[in-house]
Design a protein around this ligand. Structure first.
Ligand code: TYD
Ligand code: MG
Length: 454
């Protein structure tokens, strides 16, 4: 082995470092993700070599504010998730399963940026120029301020960036990039970390905004985006079923804005198009007069989203009742069923129960608790809930319905979409101004809500 080098085992999923191989990663609990990699030994700092410097400390009040000029991507859904546009010199990681549409989205971003005469460089390590051209043909016509490069060697890429001085760079994907100085293969944890570090220096040093694509991988063959989440400024995850048309872009970390925002897109023939009113989209094709279906309202960042919660409760044929929850937390559903059993004496213990958030969207906000409860009861008792009724509220362990934030926005969104009755926590009623055109029903506990729908 070369002098100064050691081998270390890295979990390819979360980057956990270990001196010996392990079957299960203690960090992320994934199995068989450890891979041996060669790393340089870091030389220890020389003792006693403390430099005298003229570094100054500053009080907060002395620091001048410069208004950052964000670049708009012209895609409203993306701009909102980014916190109002691209911040110059920022690093954005776009993660997601292969084939979900990361390259398509970023190519569309490039198109819109280049239309504003912003110099963009798209670097692909995965596709040839011809392949990118084919994709670009589907999306539309491009301006010449967009240039392309197919390369995976970061040392060469750094040189090109220094020569071309683009304002925005897209790296597709980080798992194909490598630095010559690092001996492990592209996609390994040490390569991915080192490459991201290099890109970070370019971004901060030259004030270039860099988008990095990172594939999420289950098998642990290549390092996942989790490894570099903490290094970048903004982390966005693209999720959604590959077979469903819509995609959700979720902000997971954002140093320049709120993280709870989501953007909704639809994959079309000609690339991704924005879904401006996701509630309408999610409620499409709702059954009429069926039991076990109710509309609830969840906040995603600053935006309310209405969604249909479906429940199917039926007698179990086995000793162990089956429960599933698609799109929401399984344990939460079990807890709510226990509340119904204990507080209302509804014998759900001998029933199978299936909960589904229609449309395949994932929602975990506690405000949909009341919706889950009402859907369960509606299915159990076979009473359909009026289709113009909507509900929201958190359910506590003693069956009380607790207040949730931003009640007014939720009610207004429901009214906008033509709902005429809203079941909400009584505690929210006191803070709400009078809203015309929708009947507000405040409830203190689950029992009052159930009595109302009966
Ligand atoms: P892609 O952006 O290549 O995914 P990723 O970079 O995340 O791996 O998306 C590929 C999928 O999107 C592919 O299945 C084809 C589909 N697609 C469309 O439906 N319409 C389009 O206009 C484009 C460009 C792709
Ligand atoms: Mg791609």
């Amino acid at each position: 082995m070369a002098k100064g080098k050691t081998t270390v085992f890295f979990c390819q999923s979360c980057g956990y470092e270990s001196a010996k191989w392990m079957g299960q990663c203690p960090g992320c609990k994934e199995w068989n993700t450890f891979v041996e990699e060669m790393v340089e030994k870091k030389s220890a700092h020389k003792a006693g070599a403390v430099r005298k410097s003229d570094l100054q400390v500053l009080p907060l009040s002395k620091i001048e504010m410069t208004k950052e000029d964000r670049m708009s991507t012209q895609i409203k859904e993306l701009d909102r998730v980014l916190g109002g546009g691209i911040v110059p010199g920022s690093m954005v990681l776009v993660g997601g399963d292969p084939g979900i549409g990361k390259s398509t989205l970023l190519l569309q971003v490039c198109k819109h940026l280049s239309e504003q005469q912003i110099k963009v460089l798209y670097i692909s390590g995965e596709e040839s120029l011809q392949q990118i051209k084919i994709r670009a043909e589907r999306i539309g016509t491009f301006r010449d301020s967009l240039s392309l490069l197919c390369e995976t060697n970061l040392d060469l890429i750094e040189e090109v960036i220094q020569r071309e001085k683009p304002q925005v760079v897209v790296i597709d994907s980080i798992q194909t990039m490598y630095r010559e100085a690092v001996s492990s293969s592209p996609g390994s944890v040490s390569q991915v970390r080192e490459s991201t570090g290099t890109l970070m220096q370019i971004a901060k040093g030259m004030n270039i905004s860099i988008f990095i694509v990172g594939h999420v991988t289950k098998e642990g063959v290549v390092a996942g985006p989790r490894v570099l989440e903490h290094m970048v400024d903004t982390v966005l995850y693209f999720e959604g079923d590959r077979h469903a048309a819509y995609r959700i872009l979720r902000g997971v970390k954002n140093r320049f804005g709120s993280t709870n925002e989501i953007g909704v897109f639809e994959m079309r023939e000609d690339g991704l198009s924005e879904v401006e009113n996701p509630s309408e989209f999610m409620l499409n094709g709702r059954p009429q007069g069926a039991s076990g279906s109710v509309v609830a309202c969840s906040m995603e960042g600053t935006r309310p989203i209405l969604l249909e919660i479906q429940a199917l409760v039926c007698r179990s044929n086995f000793g162990m009742p089956r429960r599933t929850a698609a799109g929401t937390d399984y344990n939460r559903v079990n807890l709510l069923m226990a509340v119904l059993e204990k507080r209302l004496g509804i014998r759900m213990g001998e029933c199978d129960a299936y909960i589904n958030i229609a449309g395949g969207i994932k929602m975990n906000e506690p405000a949909i608790d009341l919706g889950i409860v009402l859907a369960l009861i509606s299915s159990y008792k076979e009473i359909p809930i009026d289709e113009h009724t909507i509900c929201f509220g958190e359910v506590g362990l003693s069956g009380e319905v607790r207040a949730v934030n931003m009640a007014e926005q939720r009610v207004l969104e429901a009214r906008k979409l033509g709902f005429d009755t809203c079941i909400l926590p009584q505690a929210c009623m006191d803070t709400l101004k009078k809203i015309d055109g929708i009947r507000l029903v405040g409830v203190r506990n689950v029992k009052e809500a159930i009595d109302f729908i009966k």
